[in-house]
Design a protein around this ligand. Sequence first.
Ligand SMILES: Nc1ncnc2c1ncn2[C@@H]1O[C@H](COP(=O)(O)OP(=O)(O)OP(=O)(O)O)[C@@H](O)[C@H]1O
Length: 591
Amino acid sequence: MKGKTSLISQQMSVQRNRLAILAILSLGLSVAIVGQAVLLADAVQRIFVQGEALSSVVALLGALLAVMAVRSLLSYGNGRIGLNMAATAKRNMRSALLQNMIHASIPSAIRGQAGEKVSIALDAVDEADSYFSQYMPRMIEVSMIPVLILIVVFTQHANSGFIMLCTAPFIPLFMILAGLKTKNKSEEKYAQLAEFSGTFLNAVRGLVTLKIFGQARRQQQEIERSSMGYRDATMSILRIAFTNTFMLETIVMLSIGIVALELAIQLLIYKSITFHTAFLILLLVPEYYSLFKNTGTAFHTGRTSMGAIRKVEQMMVETDGKSQGLKEEQEGTRSGESRLDTIVMPPSIGLDHIRFRYLPDSFELCTPSITIGQGQNVAIVGKSGSGKTTLLHLIAGLLRPDSGEILVNGNLISQFAESEWFERMSYITQHPYIFAGTLAENIAIGTGRDVSRAEIERAASEAGLADLAAQLEHGYDTLVGEGGRGLSGGEQQRLALARAFLKRPSLILFDEPTVGLDLYTERILQKSLNTLAQGATMITVAHRLYTIQHADNILFMDNGVLVGSGRHDELLKTLPQYAEMIQVQREGGLA
Ligand SMILES: Nc1ncnc2c1ncn2[C@@H]1O[C@H](COP(=O)(O)OP(=O)(O)OP(=O)(O)O)[C@@H](O)[C@H]1O
């Protein structure tokens, strides 16, 4: 694994100006630290050793105060820059993550647990803070301040310099050993947090189902197990942190003790150094070690952050890899050869020997070569699980075939940018997603442009939603979706239709409701769909005999295979499975 993730490198290069300022401030800080020690040692020497009057050292004490003030200011400046760096880095990372999700291809966007994605985008990015606010400033400080202190000590008394030089490497060595473990533990912690978030969100979403099936208790235990896993991972990081701090304190205390002992021996027994030198070194030694100690703590936090950043990066790489196909499509569009607006609409859709599997050795969908004509009304029929929705998803571009091609007016669908394709297509699913917001806002997302209230109301009226809006106290401003008013299945589909009316698509993909709607709602839906389908190619996963009988072409799916196509009368004669299915439907009274 790379020591420094590329996300960090990116942030470093974006924020190199701040890094340069940090370096300058750290250099200033090192001069201030040494200056403060020299001035203090001078003052003590003159007052206590040479017995000078306090008034004669006023200027010296004034200078000392000024240096202390400058030192505080420089430390404050370092802290502020670190915080600003962290804030910018987090903002950039979240924005990159969001861009990644937005530009990911649909199959990759819907993969994985929503809770896990949320926890990475919020918690893991937050954890990155300390890398920039603590780790980086301390690392820059430790690369400058100890060097200057060592130079001063060596010029004053080489023995102390050697002791400091020899004992100091134990601190970074220990930091690295503990830090490596921390980074792995941190990644483990984020894996646990992601699992916990995923399980929790899943349980919250499916609470009603879990209660109905008496599984709430089991799910509670599952959440408990996963939260315990997260707690254990956090505690093991804290354990390393405490051990780390204890070890660092011990090393620092021992080292300072050795230097002080050596100074005392030289000063009192051998009398080879002056009090001023001994006192100056004694002032500088704690500064030297405390800097390493602080760096050690920052290193620990930094490694924890790196584990979290690694998680963010992994998620981005995964989405990047999966959206590679989309990028290729966009490249193709940029060449200018295959723009959808050069194609006569409504489109014809060709299926050229498509093969698709969700997973190896699982359900396989395959089709022969078949064309759905421009403006045709096509029904996909077959038993439950025969692959109707999968075929619709392949045509929509939500899934990509493993082999074979989907053609739009004879051109490969992969030549067109996903966004351009989706602009011309509406997919009305059985359960369209209703966002938390007003009815009007939910309809308006049907198009990428700004739409007027009049347009929204016209689309709603064409979709048969006007009556519902009129009944509501706040009309189109009624809150729907999560936290708002619920909508019935038929209302949800009419809302999806209203979105489609705003878009006026050239291709309509419709997943007909399997549950029986009342006759009134069905009529409204049918009427609206007929209006919408004028001048569009329409492909319906059909369950109602009425839709099937009126289709221009019927595609019959059997266990993943498109076994036949034709009009209702033709298929009745040529395809026994189809005749059997129709017979069953008639007997079921669905006719
Ligand atoms: N995301 C998925 N991963 C793996 N297998 C899947 C996935 N989605 C569907 N399948 C499987 O693919 C097969 C076809 O499913 P599909 O939803 O296309 O059938 P369908 O004909 O639309 O069924 P229904 O009429 O009941 O909606 C089924 O065996 C299903 O279990």
